[in-house]
Design a binder for this molecule. Structure first.
Ligand SMILES: [Mn+2]
Length: 328
């Protein structure tokens, strides 16, 4: 790891004349928000040869962000710019098809807030204490002594508000609120941004939610709530990946429930599952034997099983996780 400070990151940007900016696959609000805020920052630095690219399409709920229409697909990308900047992710494996275009040893600046010991790239500004990568971009504006424009602030605010779950998650702290205040001061319409990010539901998502609620079952005396979607549901609703985002929360949020699970059959013998857990059980640990990963409170896995086999296996593992003393 080649750790640098903000000033060195700015110097690296000042020293280059063409830029490619990218972020992770399945981009979320912070991926798109921080990517676009960074593009605005480079323009504020006086740079104009900047191409943003993402391996996956911009989720519909973020299409309105200033500059989102300029984000290219890997197929539309020519040669990588003099400096490649990767934001909100530190592994080339997670930037998808863009990774194949990175020449061996090319200068790559990584800006990220995920815990990462062995990042890809050549220059690293990686700090898990940031609630969102968008905060890093806000810091870049301040360190460079450049005022943040309303457009850039809007992008950064979307990254910050979505990565903190609307300032509700454990990563929400004084700094995140203070930063948000400075972004809002540029003239942001917080109510409008919040509605766009959190309240708008696609018709497909609504149809899927109907099924999820209708099929929710309980186990472990009400401490576990689980539901499922099968291939036919996903096809009927012509749903995209983003339409299933967050549906698992409806199971977890039920009173008395400690573990919420949503199974999604993605092929005849493939099930993707999302798990949300409250204190007392670690979702990432429960899913580890299944090749899953994530955090204590939120984890996921892909199982090469049919729906029923996956359900039995996972509910057994959750039973063991909730009753550690009763198991050998
Ligand atoms: Mn992030």
């Amino acid at each position: 790891m080649n750790r640098i400070n903000l000033e060195a990151a700015i110097a690296a940007m000042q020293g280059a004349s063409s830029f490619t900016l990218t972020t992770h696959i399945n981009p979320d609000g912070d991926a798109i928000g921080s990517l676009l805020a960074l593009e605005h920052f480079l323009r504020a630095l006086g740079k104009d040869d900047i191409v943003c690219v993402c391996a996956d399409p911009v989720p519909r709920i973020y299409e309105w962000l200033p500059g989102a229409d300029r984000i290219r697909t890997p197929a539309q990308l020519g040669a990588i710019g003099e400096l490649l900047i990767v934001i909100d992710v530190a592994q080339f494996a997670r930037v998808g098809a863009v990774a194949a275009k990175i020449p061996e040893g090319h200068p790559v600046l990584v800006l990220d807030h995920h815990l990462e010991d062995t990042p890809s790239g050549t220059l690293h500004y990686i700090h898990p204490e940031y609630a969102a990568s968008a905060e890093i971009v806000a810091d870049l504006f301040e360190a460079a002594g450049l005022p943040i424009s309303r457009e850039a602030a809007e992008c950064a605010y979307v990254g910050l508000t979505t990565d903190t779950g609307g300032f509700r998650y454990a990563n929400t702290n004084v700094r995140a609120h203070e930063r948000a205040a400075r972004l809002i001061a540029t003239g942001l319409d917080v109510a409008d941004i919040s509605r766009r990010c959190f309240d708008v539901m696609s018709i497909a998502k609504f149809e899927l939610l109907r099924h999820v609620l209708d099929r929710t079952s309980f186990a472990e005396d009400g401490r576990v709530a689980w539901s499922y979607l099968d291939e036919a549901d996903l096809a009927l609703a012509t749903a995209s990946h983003e339409d299933t985002n967050g549906l698992v929360n409806f199971t977890r949020n039920i009173e008395g429930v400690d573990v919420g699970i949503l199974f999604r059959q993605s092929a005849p013998s493939e099930v993707k599952l999302s798990m949300r857990a409250k204190k007392g059980i670690n979702a990432a640990q429960v899913l580890k034997p299944f090749g899953g990963g994530g955090h204590a409170g939120a984890a996921g896995a892909t199982l090469a099983m049919d729906l029923e086999t996956a359900r039995v296996a996972i509910l057994d593992a959750v039973h063991a996780g909730l009753n550690p003393d009763k198991n050998p």
